[in-house]
Design a protein. Structure first.
Ligand code: 0WD
Length: 255
């Protein structure tokens, strides 16, 4: 589909095979890219190890994006094997369960700051830590959701985090632009994953999308992965600071 032979791709945010990042990593591998994967902590290791084997990479590193030392260590390990990073996939988000599915004004300070730290600040932190490995033509993508732009009641504080993430993409596109590094976002329709299971109403939303979206179906991992390949690759050489909806068209509908 797209020749990515020998391209070096760092993928953050695979928790299991349902993860959006897994679909993207698999597609990158299929196009010939070399992969480095990071995972957040020991409990995920046993699930991600077989995934790393399947994707034929031994570049598997623990990294909690809230810890600067972890990020430093991750990039240090990568730089031992790669001279540069061509693609970064940031597919990470988190808010405490107790701060989801509640009236928005009840959101705790801790929950708000945690959501912003892990789901927004981490994008800057990853890019900054990777800076010396990024080259003109390097491309970064992150994942967002329509709850950034319109109210999805169960999404609460994550909606605010995603709005900040989408704005960060524009500001990063500008600040990284002079280095020739592109930064874009994919706004994905709802998918059943570990993270989304914490947010209520996914099944109902999916049923509404099946009936109401222009394509009359829900999206699959592959739909997102194909757009990710485009944005990461040179096919999108003139695209930065942008957001592409991969949602079967649902976001264009008024009701
Ligand atoms: O419907 C959906 N699933 C959508 C997801 C629709 C639109 C957007 N997204 C976004 C999410 O908000 C997120 O940004 O896509 C991204 C990936 O989400 P996912 O694939 O749905 O979820 P999941 O498979 O759980 O991967 C997210 C992972 C974490 O999983 P858990 O479930 O363990 O929280 O983000 C990682 C972790 O692997 N993560 C971290 N990584 C490093 N440091 C951290 C952290 N501190 N916290 C979470």
């Amino acid at each position: 589909m797209i020749d990515m032979k020998g391209k070096k791709a760092l993928v953050l945010g695979i928790a299991n095979k349902h993860s959006i990042a897994y679909g993207i990593a698999k597609a990158l591998k299929e196009q010939g890219a070399d992969l480095a994967l990071s995972y957040v902590g020991a409990p995920i290791l046993k699930r991600i190890k077989p995934i790393a084997e399947e994707l034929e990479t031994d570049m598997l590193f623990e990294c909690d994006v809230t810890k600067e030392n972890d990020l430093k260590h991750l990039m240090g390990e990568i730089s031992k094997q790669w001279e540069q990073i061509d693609y970064i996939v940031h597919s990470i988000a988190f808010a405490p369960r107790s701060d989801l599915n509640i009236p928005f004004h009840e959101t705790s300070r801790h929950g708000f700051l945690t959501a912003m730290d892990i789901s927004v600040y981490s994008l800057l932190a990853v890019i900054r830590a990777a800076q010396s490995l990024l080259v003109p033509g390097s491309s970064v993508i992150t994942l967002t959701y329509y709850g950034a732009q319109k109210v999805v009641p169960s999404y609460g504080v994550m909606g605010i985090a995603k709005a900040a993430l989408e704005a960060s993409v524009r500001y990063l596109a500008h600040s990284m632009g002079e280095k020739g590094v592109r930064v874009n976002a994919i706004s994905a329709g709802p998918m059943k994953t570990l993270s989304s299971s914490a947010i209520g109403g996914i099944s109902q939303a999916q049923r509404r999308i099946e009936k109401g979206a222009p394509l009359a179906r829900n999206i699959e991992q592959e739909d997102i992965a194909k757009t990710a390949l485009y944005l990461l690759s040179d096919l999108a050489s003139g695209v930065t600071g942008d957001l592409i909806f991969v949602d079967a068209g649902m976001s264009v509908m008024a009701y």
